[in-house]
Design a binder for this molecule. Structure first.
Ligand code: NIG
Ligand code: FE
Length: 412
């Protein structure tokens, strides 16, 4: 540990019953007992046994000191897949699904995503930003400190750009780090042809999105009845040419080649993977594409969960996300951890890795985000649970007691 020097901007979280530092050499996480961390000006500078950390960074010198006795401290949660900017209400669709309608039928009939597109096109810029802010507040309250948010409810250049501006407006005003993804290829608009619409995403939307300049990733819904593997590849390659890192929705309802596209374009992640077979998994592992599994979606659809064990057995990272959207109303990463454990047999420690460092990997963050190692951003969650394993184990009330973003209390 280094000397604290000036106490300016010192944050100390001490006496945690358990503290998760980051990934271990297997598929789990390094857990310290009776532990503390110190942060200076938003960056972790020391982590270890409480007495050692406090010897160098005394509580009296701290601007912010949190006594975590009896509690567990984790890196702030990273949610790497959401459609958190939307308008309107789709609870009627939820009821229709309970009565037997399928997600794909609803979309093919012009509902689902297309219903949300109508509501987003009608919403004002302020309304869009306010909707997202409400959801960011709820996510932060549940421990999320970094979140990816996709467009894709505009499906025309003007509304896709309005969505990016709303994401930027809500994100710049909020403690949660918001990472924007352009997803003009989220559905084929009513009355349009997939091939022609692909052309308009490539030739009209992408240049405008690149000129607007805030989007970091480009995503495509590669799915039976939506975009083919060939169309997806074209869009992601064009996005890459405009400086956007590819991501892909693959194998949610049928395996139509999305995993091969992900490997071919060097995607940061391939997401959903409910129907991925051994070959698809091997393609992702070999190409270093992070699988992002979305157990809330399977839960909400009543579908079989993705095969997390097959990735973990191969020693591969498994990232987890909420997929928060009007079809999957889930903003809590601790509930995602529970579903990952109960639905996909991930240990609580594997699930914690999935919602922290592995999730940061799916967003190409290599600055230590998702860990509490020295040098990492001091994003942390103090939870009112006695051990890290209780995160998956409990699924009743919100276990979050305090959230720190860059060393500052963002929520308590
Ligand atoms: O990842 N499957 C495609 N996109 C979203 C759902 C969006 C919606 O239904 O509004 C997903 O689950
Ligand atoms: Fe999605």
């Amino acid at each position: 540990m280094t000397d604290a020097g000036s106490a300016a901007g010192l944050t100390v979280v001490h006496d945690a019953a358990e503290l998760v530092v980051g990934p271990d050499e297997g598929t789990g996480v390094v857990v310290l007992e009776d532990a503390a961390f110190a942060a200076l000006d938003g960056e972790v500078v020391a982590v270890g046994p409480t007495d050692e950390v406090l010897a160098d960074y005394p509580v009296e010198d701290a601007e912010t000191a949190i006594d975590a006795t009896g509690k567990t401290v984790l890196p702030g949660f990273v949610d790497p897949h959401t459609h958190a900017l939307f308008a309107g209400d789709r609870s009627d669709e939820f009821v229709a699904k309970l009565q037997g309608a399928t997600y794909e039928e609803i979309l093919a009939d012009g509902g689902g995503i297309l219903h949300t597109v109508d509501a987003v096109r009608e919403a004002s810029d302020d309304e869009l930003a306010a909707n997202l802010t409400d959801h960011l507040d709820a996510m932060l309250a549940h421990g999320t400190t970094t979140v990816e948010v996709k467009t894709g409810y505009g499906l025309d250049t003007e509304t896709e750009l309005r969505m990016l501006s709303a994401i930027d407006a809500a994100g710049s005003d909020h403690p949660v780090d918001v990472i924007p993804t352009f997803m003009g290829a989220h559905a084929v608009p009513r009355g349009a042809d997939a091939e022609e619409y692909t052309e308009s995403v490539v030739s009209d939307q992408l240049p405008a999105v690149a000129a607007q300049g805030t989007a970091e990733f480009c995503d495509v819904f590669c799915e039976r009845g939506v975009f083919t593997a060939e169309q997806s590849r074209r869009i992601l390659e064009a996005g890459r040419d405009h400086g956007l890192t590819p991501k892909i929705h693959a194998d949610e309802f049928a395996a139509i080649g999305g995993t091969d596209v992900a490997a071919a374009v060097g995607a940061a992640s391939a997401d959903h993977l409910l129907h991925t077979d051994d070959e698809g998994r091997d393609a992702l592992v070999d190409a270093g594409v992070t699988p992002v599994l979305l157990p809330g979606t399977a839960f909400g659809l009543g579908a079989d969960y993705a095969d997390a064990g097959a990735f973990l057995d191969a020693g591969h990272e498994v990232a987890l996300a909420t997929d928060f959207n009007p079809n999957c109303f889930a903003r809590s990463m601790s509930f995602v951890a529970t579903l990952a454990s109960v639905g996909m047999r991930m240990t609580p420690h594997e699930a914690i890795r999935g919602i922290t460092s592995a999730a940061a990997g799916a967003l190409d963050r290599d600055d230590g985000t998702g860990t509490l190692r020295a040098g990492a951003p001091a994003d942390a969650v103090v939870l009112d649970i006695p051990t890290a394993s209780h995160l998956s184990y409990r699924f009743d009330t919100n276990p979050v007691s305090t959230v720190l973003k860059s060393g500052v209390v963002a929520r308590e």
